[in-house]
Design a binder for this molecule. Structure first.
Ligand SMILES: Cc1cc2nc3c(=O)[nH]c(=O)nc-3n(C[C@H](O)[C@H](O)[C@H](O)COP(=O)(O)OP(=O)(O)OC[C@H]3O[C@@H](n4cnc5c(N)ncnc54)[C@H](O)[C@@H]3O)c2cc1C
Length: 234
């Protein structure tokens, strides 16, 4: 069983209408993990222990995890989290999981929808610090106000010539791309990418569809790393 820690909420911030960011600090501890890996939070509710996986968006090496969590009206953990205040306590585990960067010299594509963006942001930060290739970051959401980390991503793309960012909206007509984000791969990559690795995270139908689309384009399975998120998937 993974070891657990007592964490304290040190900051809570509304990122989008449905997503809050939480900073959770564990005193006298230094987290060590591969960006993209997740922790499991747990708490007691109605006499039962509720456990859910969440992926920090910050890098390893400090006493704090930054989580971004979307609230579902009937969701046990996301609602409980949304009702917390600074100073409250929470139990969480050391980080684990198979989603992490495989090759820092390889051109890299990150493709996600919704809260599937969290491991992508963590891996992107690591790649921009340590990687040497071209990077594309494709993100799909419903409307502009739902786009998570837009400021962060826009700043990163302004700071890094090797990064291109594309947002696609499924429920709003705007000046940018629309529809399923995976349909914009050619437009985002152009001919600048040499046999890239693809990291894909979002709801299972998007992940399955993207894998099929990549395989149709001749991308070998061993260049695709995915995680499909749904309730109780871990
Ligand atoms: C490895 C991993 C990492 C994750 N990291 C994050 C993260 O960083 N941020 C984050 O917000 N979530 C993340 N998730 C999803 C998270 O673990 C929960 O599944 C989510 O917060 C819902 O939990 P809940 O207890 O609120 O809802 P539950 O009580 O489990 O479910 C209630 C209802 O909410 C709806 N629902 C639940 N999850 C989804 C979903 N993904 N899409 C659409 N509807 C849903 C369904 O209608 C469901 O019936 C991750 C999942 C995995 C597997």
């Amino acid at each position: 069983m993974a070891s657990t820690f007592d964490a304290t909420f040190t900051s809570i911030h509304q990122m989008t209408p449905r997503v809050k960011q939480y900073l959770l600090r564990v005193e006298d501890h230094t987290f060590s993990y591969r960006p993209g890996q997740h922790t499991v939070i747990s708490f007691e509710q109605d006499g039962e222990t509720v456990k859910r996986p969440y992926t920090p968006v910050n890098l390893s090496g400090t006493d704090t995890l930054a989580l971004a969590i979307k609230r579902y009206e009937d969701g046990a953990a996301s609602t409980w989290m949304a009702e917390r205040s600074v100073g409250d306590a929470l139990t969480l585990t050391e980080l684990k999981g198979n989603l992490h960067l495989r090759d820092l010299e390889r051109d890299t594509v990150f493709l996600s929808t919704g809260t599937g963006i969290t491991p992508m942001v963590a891996m992107l930060k690591q790649y921009l610090r340590e990687g040497t290739g071209e990077v594309a970051f494709l993100y799909g959401e419903r409307t502009q106000e739902d786009i998570m980390f837009r400021e962060t991503l826009d700043h990163l793309s302004a700071d890094h010539d090797n990064l291109r960012v594309l947002y696609s909206l499924s429920h709003e007509n705007w000046s940018g791309p629309t529809g399923h984000v995976q349909t914009h791969l050619d437009e985002a990559l152009g001919d600048a990418f040499d046999t890239p690795h693809y990291y894909v995270c979002g709801i299972p139908p998007m992940v399955v569809d993207t894998e099929a689309l990549l395989q149709d384009r001749g991308v070998d399975e061993d260049r695709i790393f995915t995680e499909g998120w749904e309730a109780n998937a871990v």
